[in-house]
Ligand binder design. Sequence first.
Ligand SMILES: Nc1ncnc2c1ncn2[C@@H]1O[C@H](COP(=O)(O)OP(=O)(O)OP(=O)(O)O)[C@@H](O)[C@H]1O
Length: 605
Amino acid sequence: MIKSFATKAHKLSTNLNLLRIIRLIWSATKLWTTISIIFIMVESALFFASLYLLKLLIDTLAKKEANLVQYEDRVINLIIFATLAAVLCAAAKAILGYITEKQSGKVAEYVDNKIHESAINLDLSFYESPEYFDILKRARDMGGDRPNLIVFTIVDITKNFINLIIIGSILVSIDWRLFPILTLFVLPTLWVRIIFADSQNVLRITQTALERKTNYLSTLLTSDVHAKEVRSFGLGEYLRKMYSEIRLLLLSGKLKLSKERTYRELVTSAIATLGFFSCIAYIAIGSVRGNTSVGDITLFLVAFPQSFNVIQTLSSGISTLYQNNIFVKSVFELFDLKSNLVQAQHPLPIPNDASIDLEIKDLNFIYPHAEKPTLTDINIKMPSGKIIAVVGMNGAGKSTLIKLLCRLYDPTSGTISLSGTDIRKYSIKEYQKQICAVFQDFGKYNVSAADNIRFGDIDGKRDRIEIIEAAKNSGADSFIDTFPARYDTIMGRIFEDGHEVSIGQWQKLAIARSFYSKSRFIILDEATSALDATAEKELFDSFRERIGTRSALIISHRQSAVKHADYIYFLSNGTISESGTHQELINLKGAYYNLFNKDLAQKQQ
Ligand SMILES: Nc1ncnc2c1ncn2[C@@H]1O[C@H](COP(=O)(O)OP(=O)(O)OP(=O)(O)O)[C@@H](O)[C@H]1O
């Protein structure tokens, strides 16, 4: 048992990240941590003073003095000081409670901020990895009340540790054997608690994926996004049953562990109580035999239950800290994750000249954890001021190409260059500012129509004229103008006073956002799929005027969207199989010709 305890203790110290937790608390709030340390000291000093004064009082009472007046004064003074120390100790304890609350609020805010900062800075590949979502879930579970709990527990442990030394020294002064005996009897409780905290952590790790699944099912059952399909396909009952079954499975795992823990704690608590009464018996026998003074017995009766309490609280504090360690660990794991995109050490400035082009050369790309490449031998030129189009069947790799152009991923081999320089030599943020993409799953922001557009250039000044101009260019102005609050109308139905708009109207807002951006390249990935035929025709017939001097890349399954492009690439199974102008590709009578309906293409010739 001792060996096992030692191993556990070693694991505890290495696993606990204690130093790192303390550093985190210190970084979050130096001021409140300093005040908290001061008050811990003050409270402990007052606690010691009140006990010591009580001891002096008992000793004085035990030895009556001849001078009664002096004797009485002495007793009264000791009572006053002991009371004062006890009152001040209680006051310090109450103030420390407030300070800890303040301190833990700051820590919670700091942890939340750091979690969000890490989540923003990690590259897209993390958002396509289940392991990352598990870490993120556990780290986010650290939010809420958990930082509070950890700060409170650390404060409590520190306080109780100091109190233990104080009470321990008092007990040693009565009889040196008391303290080790008591500690020895309480150790099994601590051991059991740590073992089970450890098992609980293992259980939490193994249950994270299932917990995420229940969260997902709950979202399906309750979110507005899925409400229509859940009803029309009658999925509600099926999903609810699935949710309940997983919750039951999770609960049974927790209950099994809890049952075992309760049984073992019953045994170890009995051992601790046995220790407590053994010490009392030892002192009582000493008293009967005249070996222990009345003062010592009284002091023992005051200090001993307190010490028992302190040791128990200390052991439960340590196990609470250990239990929460899994969340702390996940937070640190998240903080330690590094983006796979390597930032240039000395980034080059983005060229300022009017003509700026993008070129993809001999590019190959394989997704992390994927078995085969998604893109092979890609060569594409995006000259300044030109419109190019990429066409291909579902799954050909078009969106993947966009992710690479936006530097959300880096190519496995080959290069993407901006004005002849590999884009990895620029700062990621500055490069990404040059490209504005409207993705297939574009964002629908429940903010005002104006802000939906302004998000295209969040760092720029709020220019209402430019926002209206962008809305006109995308065709969004026609529906925004029908709202009484026009550009100040909140989009979507999540918040009060919000106006839901159609998918096509959301798409027009997203396109307006890209027009409003200051990027020199606009990418539309199936960004007009929900636009009506007239709106789409209007947009693309005068697309060149609408984008000004910028270059554009259009991905679409519709001929009307791509036929005006200066150059078209046909992507097939991750490679470019055809390229040329619309007319050249029609004449070729290959995959492009076949994709866009032979008859229609023939009519157009
Ligand atoms: N994160 C990912 N990890 C692994 N494979 C992926 C990932 N994302 C996409 N793929 C795979 O890459 C291939 C190309 O996907 P991509 O989304 O680029 O196709 P697409 O041409 O845009 O298709 P669509 O026309 O349907 O939008 C698909 O086979 C897809 O399964």
